[in-house]
Structures are given as C-alpha cells and as structure tokens.
Design a protein around this ligand. Sequence first.
Ligand code: SF4
Length: 252
Amino acid sequence: MKRIKYQATIAMPALSIFRDGILEWYRREGRDLPWRHTRDPYNILVSEILLHQTTVRSVLPVYQQFLERFPTIEACAEGPLAAIKEITDPLGYKVRGSWIYEICRYIVTECQGVFPDTLDALLALPGVGRYTAGAVLSFAFEQDAPILDTNVNRLVGRFFGVDYRDQRAEIRHELWALAEAVIPLGQGAEFNQALMDMGALVCTAKKPLCLTCPLYRGCAMGQSADDGLRAAETRVRYTPREKKTPKKESLA
Ligand code: SF4
C-alpha cells in the first residue's frame, strides 16, 4: 500500500520488537470498541471528534446516541446544530458539535456527499488536522497513514528515545516519520488501533507498565530511563535529547 508523506529509518531488530510486540499484545488485550467494527468514514470521523479531549468511557453512550439521531452525513448536515450540540455538549469541549456539523455540510456541498479519501482532501475539511485525517485514512480506507495522538506520541517517543514533549518542528516531524515507518505494510488500520491502546493502557503518562510491557527489551526508555516518573515500574534513566521541556504535553 502506498506510503503517504513521511520517511524514517529504523534498525530492523527494534522495528521487529515494536511491531510484533504491539500486534501480539493488541490481539490479546485490545479494547473492543464499537467504532472498530465499522469502516464507514462518517462513523469513524464522529468517533474521533467525540474522543477528542475526553475518555472512551464517556464517549461510548454519546457515540451510540449521535448515530441514532444522525445516521448519515446528509442527516448531520441538515442539523439543526442545536440538536447536534444537545448530544455532544455534555462531553465538554463544546466546539465538537459544530465541528462535526461543519465538516458534514462541507462534504455535502463541496464534495457532492462523497467522503474524501486522500490526505490533502481530508486536510481541506474544516478543522481537520493530520491526526484526524490519518485516523480516517487508516480506519475507514485501510491506508497505512500515520496517526500521532498524545498516547502514540508518548509511546513512540519513549521507545525510540525521542523527547516526545519537545514541541520543536524537527522533533514533531521525526515523531510523525516514526509513526509512519512503524506501520507494517497493509496493516495500518489494525496497527494504529494497537498503538493507541498500547499508549493508553500500558505506556501510560504517569506509571508506564514497563515490567510487563512486551516492548521492554527494545525500548530506549524501558532500558535506560527514569523520565522523571519516579514510578516503581520504571527501572531506567531516560535522557531526552534536549533538556528544555515544555510544561504541558501537547501535540503540534
Ligand atoms: S517499556 Fe515502558 S516506556 Fe517502553 S514502551 Fe513499554 S511501557 Fe512504554
């Protein structure tokens, strides 16, 4: 399957440990979530925007309710916006309702109702950035598109020894390049879901489960870092490439 934009070189042993460890773990421990049972790009988009800045548990009932009330792009584009927001606002981050609405209106009016399936066309949708575009490309259209949400950013950075908290453009580019290079050819949909679950459930922000992590023997942080975590689970001393660290972990 065609690669999209980024290039990175990774030593084969580390790449094998990363890919095999994550896929084996995910097939055993991965979460069974309703948006993982569909390839419908509209459903995927709705799930991704609902999941923005909130938890899976909070999103589950809202996702169901939203798709029952607005089952298609056309239904959502007709609104009214107030009815959309009535469902989405209780999740917080109240812009998400108008975000979904504007995207659907754009697809109906500018794309003749056909969901875009290329990176450039997805990035042209209102409010859609690289993460959401990558999620739709991989989960709906089964392309090997990279994703880099907070969890994947942290996991990839720790494993490959890149300071994932550094917001400089070259570091962001390096992490995106790694997130793309780790995807086994033709397995973008499953692998990206696995990355997200591994980041959310094992390589967590405050207490990564290094002792039981299947990636431990190849992981830069797992093998050598502390990362400032002071967690009993971590037995390593991590040296970020730059000492300067932004106060908050956020993605560019
Ligand atoms: S060994 Fe620790 S730091 Fe490395 S990927 Fe696993 S949980 Fe994350």
